[in-house]
Design a protein around this ligand. Structure first.
Ligand code: TXA
Ligand code: MG
Length: 313
């Protein structure tokens, strides 16, 4: 028997209430955040969280980010610190996830943290995500709403094509403004950049007034750190100035190409376009060549995703 097609919901108060009811029943609901679309479940409900792993085909050792409406709620799950206070004040709601020591009385399903002694927490800024978290009134575990290892979703359509009938509902509120997943900072020891993302390391360091440590090489503490991730079906070549015959060309800056991340060379615009353009080029089933993208600011996260998309699988 096949699952029914997902309900496509809007960000109206009535549809948000329906989405919250589905979450409370243990169903999976995909919803927009300003970074990418997430596939959400009640983070306290082990069955619901297990369904996320099944829907994504996600390796069980990859823990999930817990989404909460505000910093006060985050403090119920993670051990708070001066640095958590400083970073949350500066960047929440927004594209930052903080990995904090897990509180003893957290009440979250062990599957959410994949058995770790820490928990990733995020307060998203997207109004629909925020309204859904308020309506639901509990912590929502939500990885990006794509099959594990594939290109992340920045539209409801991407979610429908990637996960389709594996979710109960998709809340469609248009394309994501940032387009790159949240930056993940570990605060279980020295502040560490676990994943570059929608907020640049420079902006975070400006608040911390000290440099971020870089993540321990080779240790998988985030699936974004798996060598092959964010992968299109066809092969992908980076730093290309002259595409080969048969390749589709993803440009950056003023140039002739099939799709351009940003004709003006604007890195924020390139980040917002990255996954959507990769989805479009992937649909051509041709090999993809990508022009060089400067490795500064948001370009670091863009190049991180591109390098993993190009990695041997
Ligand atoms: O922007 C985002 O962060 C999106 C939206 C939906 O919020 N979510 C997202 O989730 O990108 P996901 O599951 O695709 O990536 C979450 C990352 C993973 O790399 C995971 O390993 C890491 O967070 N993570 C979660 N808990 C962790 C922990 N306790 N310690 C270290 N890394 C953790
Ligand atoms: Mg992901």
């Amino acid at each position: 028997m096949t699952d029914p097609a997902p309900l496509i919901l809007s960000a109206s108060p009535c549809d948000l209430a329906r989405a919250a009811t589905l979450l409370a029943k243990g169903a999976l609901v995909a919803f927009p955040t300003e970074t990418v679309y997430g596939v959400g479940a009640d983070a306290r409900d082990g069955h619901a969280v297990a369904a996320i792993y099944t829907a994504k085909g996600r390796p069980a050792f990859n823990p999930l980010i817990v989404h909460v409406p505000d910093a006060a709620t985050a403090q119920r799950y993670g051990v708070w610190s001066d640095m958590a206070e400083a970073l949350s004040t500066a960047f929440w709601p927004g594209a930052l996830s903080l990995v904090l020591p897990l509180r003893k009385d957290h009440g979250l399903s062990g599957l959410v943290t994949a058995g770790l002694e820490s928990v990733a927490l995020r307060v998203p800024a997207h109004p629909a995500a925020h309204a859904l978290l308020h309506a639901f009134g509990g912590p929502v575990a939500a990885p990006s709403a794509n099959p594990s290892g594939r290109i992340s979703p920045t539209t409801a359509d991407h979610v429908l094509h990637g996960l389709g009938h594996k979710v109960a509902a998709i809340l469609d509120d248009g394309p994501c403004a940032v387009g790159l997943e949240s930056t993940i900072v570990g605060l279980t020891g020295q502040p560490t950049l676990l994943r570059p993302g929608g907020i640049s390391a420079e902006d975070i360091e400006a608040v911390m007034k000290t440099p971020l440590q870089s993540a321990e090489h080779g240790r998988i503490s985030a699936p974004g750190q798996l060598a092959s991730h964010y992968a299109p079906r066809a092969s992908l070549r980076l730093n290309v100035t002259q595409p080969r015959a048969g390749e589709v060309f993803l440009g950056f800056g003023e140039m002739s190409c099939d799709l351009n991340l940003s004709a003006h060379g604007d890195l924020a615009e390139a980040a917002a376009n990255l996954f959507d353009h990769l989805h479009r080029l992937d649909a051509t089933e041709r090999a993809i060549a990508v022009a060089p993208v400067p490795d500064t600011g948001l370009g670091v996260a863009i190049n991180d995703r591109l390098t993993r998309a190009a990695a041997p699988r």
